[in-house]
Design a protein around this ligand. Structure first.
Ligand SMILES: NC(=O)c1ccc[n+]([C@@H]2O[C@H](COP(=O)([O-])OP(=O)(O)OC[C@H]3O[C@@H](n4cnc5c(N)ncnc54)[C@H](O)[C@@H]3O)[C@@H](O)[C@H]2O)c1
Length: 266
């Protein structure tokens, strides 16, 4: 299963040596962003975390990283906090080489089977936090990025209509398109934008989706490589690869890290 043998092989050391990364989306140790932060440090990057809401929880979780990094507050829906991002990053990192967007939220009415009844206000919140925020974060960080810089976000395959995923599926379709537009508009500045399309993982975000177990069962049956629901590391590794210098000519891309689920029929 994803594959014990591969996991035991030594990492290519220093893949991110000298990189300065802004990592959003750490909430618990299960957060995909936590694995990205841990692996990034293990591979030579300096990181800065942003936290949202429960800052003391994020700070406590940050202390479990190999080198506890600073944490700054960022609500991606707050224009003042976005405008202050550069000033808040600079005391810790003079520039950025990469930004991870690992943020999504949908109010309860937007997930779980009530697609036809969800009202605009809740849908608007889901789209602002989960879709528009990728562009908002990219623009807030832009003054710190230079050619070679990379933006990476996380999607859940938005090519089909899933059970229960509902407006979050619409938000992810928008995120996938937003990433392509960022690739278009920021490419001339030498900045890449790519997404990792992860299979289902047992994080806080997933737990808030009623009926999430349907994905778990589907992946167990269909993913040709098998799929570990409690292991965000494969998705995190792909994020790191896209943040590194090893995809220098790739932008607007979606890399599936789903055990191969998307590639096979039922
Ligand atoms: N867990 C899965 O099955 C799965 C699969 C594919 C993609 N993803 C995506 O991965 C990303 C990370 O999610 P996760 O699964 O690690 O869950 P998570 O709950 O650990 O992370 C979600 C993060 O979003 C943050 N957030 C919510 N509202 C915010 C706001 N207004 N401003 C700033 N941050 C805010 C939360 O604080 C949290 O850190 C999300 O985009 C999610 O949709 C998750």
């Amino acid at each position: 299963m994803l594959h014990e043998l591969q996991r035991k092989e030594p990492y290519v050391s220093g893949m991110l040596a000298g990189k300065r990364l802004l990592v959003t989306g750490v909430l618990t140790e299960q957060s995909i962003a936590f694995s990205v932060a841990r692996l990034a440090q293990e591979h030579g990057a300096k990181i800065l975390l942003t936290g949202y809401g429960r800052m003391s929880l994020v700070e406590r979780v940050a202390k479990r990283l190999p080198e506890p990094p600073p944490v700054i507050e960022l609500d991606v829906t707050d224009p003042e906090q976005l405008a202050a991002l550069v000033d808040n990053v600079r005391p810790h990192l003079d520039q950025l080489d990469g930004v991870l967007h690992a943020i999504a939220y949908g109010p309860p009415s937007t997930l779980g089977g009530g697609f036809l009844d969800a009202g605009w206000e809740d849908v608007a919140t889901a789209l602002q936090v989960s879709t528009y925020s990728y562009k908002a974060l990219a623009m807030a960080a832009l003054p710190l990025l230079s050619p070679g810089g990379a933006l990476v976000g996380l999607t859940f395959d938005a090519g089909v209509a899933w059970p229960v995923y509902d407006w979050m599926g619409v938000a992810k379709a928008g995120l996938e398109s937003t990433s392509r537009y960022l690739a278009r508009y920021l490419g001339p500045k030498g900045i890449r934008s790519n997404l990792v399309s992860a299979g289902p993982l047992r994080t806080m975000a997933a737990k808030s989706i009623p009926g999430f177990e349907q994905f778990e069962e589907a992946w167990a049956e269909r993913a040709p490589l098998g799929w570990q629901l409690a292991d965000p590391e494969p998705a995190a590794r792909a994020c790191l690869a896209l943040l590194s210098d090893w995809f220098p000519a790739t932008t607007g891309e979606i890399v599936h890290v789903d055990g191969g689920y998307h590639a096979v029929g039922a």
